[in-house]
Design a protein around this ligand. Structure first.
Ligand code: P6P
Length: 310
């Protein structure tokens, strides 16, 4: 039963990238998610369900729990004194705290439209050294916490992915999988097929049709953390493509696509925009969106072929 912090210090012995400040940052982010988990589970009792009657920089209706999760993470990271930039899905501009240290981009509560119907949601984070607006391949660490039947942390550092379960008795994230690798192939595809006729690429429709012929199952929660988590553990493919309404797709690069791509690729999968690896995309705007195609090597490789052939 190895707790997260013990695990990180053990990994630091062989990995100079993991310094004390990084351990502190990861420890504090995950500590904030424990508080968020508690609020999510009691939301109906605390009258913090529903809309905050505001629209965020994304043009999306802000849920009360979005705001609460954002302030919990922001206040926690400010207290570390080791963060230099914070970029939140809920905040238009970067919060500049100093000119040195780690920068963290985060989606405080992804999938919040599912909160009121008690479906799994999550917190996603991406950690860079210095400036946050760098390609995903330069991430120092990335992870997500999924608030599901259990609260799980999936954490990627360069070269390996580890999985932890929040133990309600000790309050610690306990290691359950070290050096996790995802299946090379699955039998599940995950995409919002309601937009089938709006997708920009004919090749994508042909790819999805080919999966149906191979008797794949469709699973789509509408919460990225839940859909990516299932893809990571069961294999297969998750896609949020460009469509006629969202020419760059819906998902944001810095705090959704990039951290998930870092996790998937360090677990042996692939993550692409359809034109290039997500981890190669150079961010231009804080909240820029990219098409997301990620999952097992077999399905993502096949999808790329269909997109090339049209
Ligand atoms: P749609 C949640 O709002 C979110 O940002 C992601 O978590 C999820 O993958 C996506 O939107 C779902 O979007 O258009 O299928 O409802």
């Amino acid at each position: 039963m190895i707790p997260l912090i013990t695990y990180l210090f053990q990994k630091a012995v062989e990995n100079p990238l993991i310094d004390d400040d990084l351990v502190l940052i990861i420890g504090e982010i995950t500590s904030a998610t424990k508080t968020i988990a508690g609020k999510v589970r009691k939301a109906a009792l605390l009258d913090i369900l529903g809309s905050a009657e505001k629209v965020n920089v994304q043009g999306e209706v802000v849920q009360k729990l979005d705001e609460l999760a954002n302030s919990i993470i922001t206040d926690t990271l400010k207290c570390t004194g080791k963060a230099c930039m914070l970029a939140s899905e809920e905040v238009e501009d970067c919060l500049i705290l100093s000119d040195t240290g780690y920068s963290i981009a985060f989606d405080p509560l992804d999938g919040s439209s599912n909160i009121d119907v008690n479906v799994s949601i999550g917190t996603i984070f991406s950690i860079h050294k210095g400036d946050i607006k760098k390609p995903g391949k330069e991430q120092i660490a990335a992870g997500y916490v999924i608030y599901g039947p259990s609260t799980m942390l999936v954490l990627a550092l360069p070269g390996f992915v580890s999985v932890f379960i929040l133990d309600p008795e000790s309050g610690n994230f306990i290691l359950v999988e070290d050096n996790f690798k995802m299946p090379e192939k699955g039998k599940i595809y995950s995409i919002n097929e309601a937009n089938y006729n709006k997708w920009v690429d004919d090749g994508l429709r042909k790819f999805i049709d080919s999966l149906k012929e191979e008797k794949y199952t469709l699973r789509y929660v509408g919460s990225m953390v839940a859909d990516v988590h299932r893809t990571l553990f069961k294999g297969g493919i998750f896609i949020y493509p460009a469509d006629v309404k969202n020419r760059n797709g819906k998902l944001r690069l810095l705090y959704e696509a990039s951290p998930m791509a870092f996790i998937i690729e360090n677990a042996g999968g692939l993550a692409t925009t359809g034109e290039k690896p997500i981890l190669e995309v150079v961010p231009e705007k804080l909240h820029q969106r990219v098409p997301v195609i990620l999952g097992s090597k077999y399905e993502v490789g096949k999808c790329i072929e269909y997109l090339k052939n049209g």
